[in-house]
Design a binder for this molecule. Structure first.
Ligand code: LLP
Length: 421
């Protein structure tokens, strides 16, 4: 079902007009469709109904307490990569036993916190980290459940900054070394091997790389079992892409589910999945107001009140996001615009050379598909406070994160005593 659509020329989210929301809340703000998230989770789970599986939502995609609650209420576990994300998941009521701790650089404090929280599994990224986990578990007089994150050396054919499964990437243990590391892990007193994991990248738009990596890991599981290790779960990571542009055709969830099921049916292990973007990406809009429309001899710019600090994907990954006028009744313009923010950098843009229907100072614009890796990557650059988040559910909405105020930022600073005269 489409929860974000025009009704009488006005963009609505779950039957509420964005104009109404913006009349009571200052722009910019993020807003999300609760039911889109529910549907995506259910579709993901249904596509895997043939096999024993568990979904661990990748908290990094969007870590708001309400978002985590939606997913926890549906039975999702959580995949976390920092002490902060672990705290958020626990605070949202998720049990440690429903949490996986991933992350390429875990501090000793984070490992202790994960062990104390009785997380279901730590995904180990290196030999030295394995020793550290063993040591910390021994000090706590317990055994840590681990899986080894193996790097299968598969090119996910996605943006270079979000490719993680190639041998030259910093992630995981070299494939050819994995048998040795498992042997080592089984010899460590405070380590309990429970599975194996991979994650080859994000925004993957064809099934081919998944298939390659999945077959590699299935063979590895046989080999590890022959070597005497117990493999109760196989963690396939996240990475399934979504359509940001109407011409994009990422694999359908059903085809992805079929691939996973056909490769792992009967393997005798629970299949773990860590989707982030698929669950939440297309649920969200960033609503921003036009500050000014500026035309130079070369170009026309729509300058809006959101900036790259609020939403960095276009400049960081060259990502395409649709930008729509919230009220679409001013007719079509053939003119092309760059939609840019107020931050003092040329990289501060949301769209380039885009045909936009007429907008003017004060018009509202919606930037689409910002639910995943949107607000979580925002910053205070140019002393711009983090903006509000709003959750919409069947004709009602609530603020699920208040916007920061400038004093919240200034109050974190202190003046060194020798300057305070
Ligand atoms: N599991 C692990 C170990 C991960 O590193 C990630 C994402 C996921 C699961 C979830 O992947 P997803 O299903 O969302 O593709 N900021 C970038 C994306 C970074 C992804 C990092 N890892 C962006 O805006 O595209």
């Amino acid at each position: 079902m489409n929860y974000i659509e025009y009704k009488k020329n006005t963009l609505n989210i779950e039957n509420i007009s964005i104009v109404d929301i913006a009349s009571k809340n200052s722009t910019p703000f993020y807003c999300y469709s609760n039911n889109h998230i529910v549907d995506q989770y259910n579709k993901f789970s249904k596509s895997l109904e043939k096999i024993d599986h568990k979904i661990f939502y990748a908290v990094k995609a969007n870590s708001n307490q309400s978002i985590l609650k939606i997913l926890a209420n549906l039975g999702a576990g959580m995949d976390v990569v920092s002490g902060g994300e672990l705290s958020r998941a626990l605070k949202a009521g998720v049990k440690g036993s429903d949490i996986i701790y991933s992350g390429v650089g875990k501090t000793d404090e984070e490992i202790s916190y994960a062990i104390e929280s009785k997380v279901s599994c730590l995904n180990v990224e290196s030999e030295s980290e394995l020793h550290t986990i063993n040591q910390i578990a021994s000090e706590s007089k317990t055994k840590a459940n681990i899986s080894i994150r193996v790097n299968p050396d598969v090119d996910a054919k996605t943006h270079v900054k979000i490719t993680t499964g190639k041998a030259e990437n910093k992630f995981g243990i070299e494939f050819n070394d994995s048998a040795r590391i498992y042997k080592l892990a089984s010899s460590l007193k405070n380590i309990n091997i429970t599975g194996v994991s991979i994650h080859i990248g994000s925004q993957i738009t064809s099934l081919e790389p998944f298939k390659k990596a999945f077959l590699i890991i299935r063979d590895l599981v046989s080999q590890l079992r022959n070597d005497g290790h117990t493999i109760d779960h196989i963690d396939l990571g996240g990475g399934l892409g979504i359509a940001y542009h109407e011409n994009e055709t990422p694999p359908s969830i059903n085809d992805y589910g079929k691939l996973v099921s056909s490769i792992f049916e009967g393997v005798g292990a629970q299949i773990y999945l860590e989707p982030g973007r698929f669950i939440i990406g297309n649920s969200g809009l960033l609503i921003t107001k036009v500050i000014n429309v500026k035309t130079t001899p070369q170009k026309s710019f729509i300058i809006v009140d959101a900036g790259m600090n609020d939403f960095i994907r276009p400049t960081l990954y060259g990502a395409y996001h649709e930008t729509l006028p919230v009220i679409d009744n001013l007719g079509t313009s053939s003119k092309r615009y760059d939609v840019v923010g107020p931050v003092c950098e040329t990289g501060d843009f949301f769209a380039k050379n885009r045909k936009m229907n007429f907008v003017k100072k004060g018009s509202l614009i919606a930037i689409k598909s910002v639910g995943a890796y949107g607000t979580v990557q925002s910053s205070n650059y140019n002393s711009r406070p983090i903006v509000a988040e709003i959750l919409v559910n069947k004709g009602q909405y609530e603020i699920i994160r208040h916007a920061q105020k400038i004093d919240d930022l200034i109050n974190l600073d202190t003046v060194a005593t020798w300057l305070d005269n």
